[in-house]
Design a protein around this ligand. Structure first.
Ligand SMILES: [Zn+2]
Length: 216
């Protein structure tokens, strides 16, 4: 029964041994120094519904390994390493400091609780904090959505269009403000598009740019 012994080994390794690198799975450390040094972020530009989209990397095999480890193996400390690397990316500071506030695409509370941490905030909050740019909450997630990967493109759109709402209890004046809408990974753009629509429909925001760590 290799599966069961694998699980036991994994458990033992997770809780009793120093962690193996989430990227190379060879050296010690949540992300070993070699892999940390080989991370390569730079600002790439794209568009989502005529909004600017800045992303720091494509979905490289290295980042795929790290994100998998973070999502499933309690490797949240690897996020600090990613965040620190991002902070040292010189070109990101001038980008970030131009915003008046930033929005982290909301996870469903239950999902966040299961993981125990918020990937977007763990990576981006230290960078926005340097410039004292506040995290604001004008959007909330309505309910837990079914797993999107199993849905057709059309059904995915339908589910996601009802996934978010503006936060009725949140009084904030965003008129003439420049806002960054931030996600960890942008794949289909559907989530970003829905949130952009909500922001434009409910707040008179001047400019919203999208930022993500990864564009898949
Ligand atoms: Zn490594």
């Amino acid at each position: 029964m290799p599966k069961k012994s694998n699980l036991i080994w994994k458990f033992f390794q997770t809780y009793f041994l120093p962690p193996l690198c989430s990227s190379c799975n060879k050296n010690l450390g949540y992300i070993c120094s070699q892999c940390h040094n080989s991370l390569n972020f730079k600002i790439n530009t794209s568009t989502i519904d005529s909004h600017k989209h800045y992303y720091l990397s494509s979905y490289t095999p290295q980042l795929q390994n790290i994100i998998q480890a973070i999502k499933f193996d309690q490797y949240e400390k690897a996020l600090e390493s990613v965040s620190q690397h991002l902070i040292k990316t010189a070109t990101i500071q001038p980008l970030i400091k131009q915003y008046d506030a930033w929005i982290s695409i909301p996870y469903h509370q239950k999902k966040q609780y299961q993981r125990g941490y918020n990937i977007i905030e763990a990576i981006f909050k230290p960078i926005f904090d340097i410039h004292a740019i506040p995290l604001i909450y004008p959007i909330k997630r309505n309910k837990q959505t079914p797993s999107l990967s199993k849905l057709s493109k059309e059904n995915r759109k339908k589910v996601l269009s009802k996934a978010f709402n503006y936060n009725k209890n949140y009084n904030i004046n965003l008129k003439n403000k420049k806002i960054a809408l931030v996600d960890d990974i942008v794949t289909t753009q559907t989530t970003m598009k829905n949130c952009l629509q909500l922001l434009h429909d409910n707040y008179q925001i001047d400019t919203v740019d999208c930022i993500s760590l990864i564009k898949a």
